[in-house]
Design a protein around this ligand. Structure first.
Ligand code: FAD
Length: 282
C-alpha cells in the first residue's frame, strides 16, 4: 500500500522541529530513520498531514562521555552505535543488544532516539535504557527537561514525550568495573522481534549482586522491571527469582505466542541472564 498524502518539512534545528510540532499538533509526525514510521504510513495505520524530518538537524548524532554518563544523540543510527568505541567500552549493555535489532539495512537507518521514542514493547533498546536506569532529554517549547527511564514508559507506544515535544538524547551511567550486565532474547529467527527478552544490570560485591535491575521486553505493553525477581536475585537465589516473576509479569497472548509460553520463556531468560551477571556462562 501507499501512504496517504502528506506535506514534508526539513527541520533546521530542534527549536524549528518543536515549533512545527506545536503549530501542527496531532497532524504532524517526526521522521527519524523511518524504519517503523514508513511501515505505519504505508499500512495507513498513521496518516499525518506533515512529516518533520529530523535528519537535517545538525548535532543530534553525537556519542560522548559527559561526566559519569554516556550521552547518545537521538539521531545516532543503530549501526553507528554498534561501531562506537565509547558505547562498546562505557555502555556495553547497548553493544550487547544492538546486533539483535532487525537486520543490517534497518540498523543502517534506524536511530536510537526513534527506538526509544517509538517504545515498541518488544524492542531491545527501551529495555536496555530501563535496565541501565538512564534518562531521556526531551525538548519542548519551554526548553529541555530530563525524564528518568523509570518514569518514561507510560503505556503501549506511549511515553513521557508530549505531543509538541521531541527526544533529543539519552544519557546512560558509565560502566564501572563492579558493574555486571546481562542480555538474552528468544526469537523465531535472528533479527525478528523477540518473543521475550531480558536486559539487566547489577553491581557485583564479592559474590553477591546489589542494585539488580531486570527489564523485560516482549511480555507486556511496555518494557517491564521485574522488581520482585530483582530482590530475590540480590538475595542470592535464582530459583526464588524465577518464582517471583509470577508477581512481576502477566504477559498477554500476542500474535507470536501465548502468555503462558512467554511466562515460561521469561524464567528461561532469567536463568541465562543471572549466569551472565554472576560471571558464568548462560
Ligand atoms: P522512525 O520510524 O522514523 O520513527 C518511529 C516513531 O518514533 C515515529 O512515531 C516518530 O515520529 C517517532 N520518533 C522518531 N524519532 C523521534 C524523536 N527523536 N523524538 C520523538 N519521537 C520520535 N526494532 C527493534 O528494536 N528490534 C527489532 O527486532 C526490530 N526489527 C525490525 C524489523 C523490521 C523488518 C523493521 C522494518 C523494523 C524493525 N525494528 C526493530 C524497528 C527499528 O529498530 C526502527 O529503527 C526503530 O523502531 C525506530 O527507529 P527509526 O529511527 O527508524 O524511527
Amino acid at each position: 500500500m501507499k501512504p496517504a498524502p502528506f506535506a514534508y518539512a526539513k527541520a533546521r534545528s530542534v527549536e524549528d522541529a518543536v515549533k512545527l510540532l506545536s503549530e501542527h499538533g496531532d497532524g504532524a509526525k517526526l521522521l527519524a530513520g523511518g524504519q517503523s514510521l514508513m511501515a505505519t504510513l504505508n499500512m495507513r495505520l498513521s496518516h499525518p498531514d506533515l512529516l518533520i524530518d529530523l535528519n537535517t538537524i545538525p548535532g543530534l548524532d553525537s556519542i560522548a562521555l559527559n561526566g559519569g554518563d554516556v550521552a547518545i544523540g537521538a539521531m545516532v543510527r543503530h549501526a553507528a552505535a554498534a561501531r562506537s568505541d565509547v558505547i562498546g567500552k562505557h555502555a556495553p549493555l547497548i553493544a550487547m543488544a544492538l546486533p539483535h535489532i532487525a537486520h543490517p539495512a534497518i540498523r543502517n537507518r534506524g536511530t536510537i532516539g526513534g527506538s526509544i521514542a517509538f517504545a515498541d514493547p518488544a524492542a531491545e533498546l527501551p529495555a536496555c535504557f530501563l535496565a541501565l536506569g538512564g534518562a531521556a532529554e526531551i525538548a519542548g517549547k519551554g526548553g529541555g527537561r530530563w525524564v528518568k527511564a523509570d518514569d518514561f514508559f507510560k503505556g503501549l507506544y506511549e511515553t513521557a514525550i508530549g505531543p509538541d515535544e521531541m527526544l533529543t538524547a539519552i544519557r546512560l551511567p558509565v560502566a564501572t568495573p563492579e558493574m555486571r550486565y546481562g542480555f538474552a532474547e528468544l526469537s523465531r529467527r535472528h533479527g525478528d522481534y523477540a518473543l521475550a527478552g531480558l536486559a539487566a544490570s547489577a553491581h557485583a560485591e564479592g559474590s553477591s549482586l546489589k542494585n539488580v535491575r531486570l527489564a523485560y521486553f516482549g511480555v507486556g505493553l511496555t518494557p517491564i522491571r521485574a522488581k520482585h525477581a530483582e530482590t530475590a536475585l540480590a538475595e542470592g537465589s535464582v530459583d526464588e527469582a524465577v518464582k517471583a516473576l509470577e508477581a512481576d509479569l502477566d504477559p498477554p497472548d500476542d500474535i507470536q505466542e501465548t502468555g503462558a509460553v512467554k511466562m515460561h520463556l521469561a524464567g528461561v531468560l532469567l536463568r541465562r541472564v543471572a549466569a551472565q551477571l554472576s560471571g558464568g556462562h548462560a
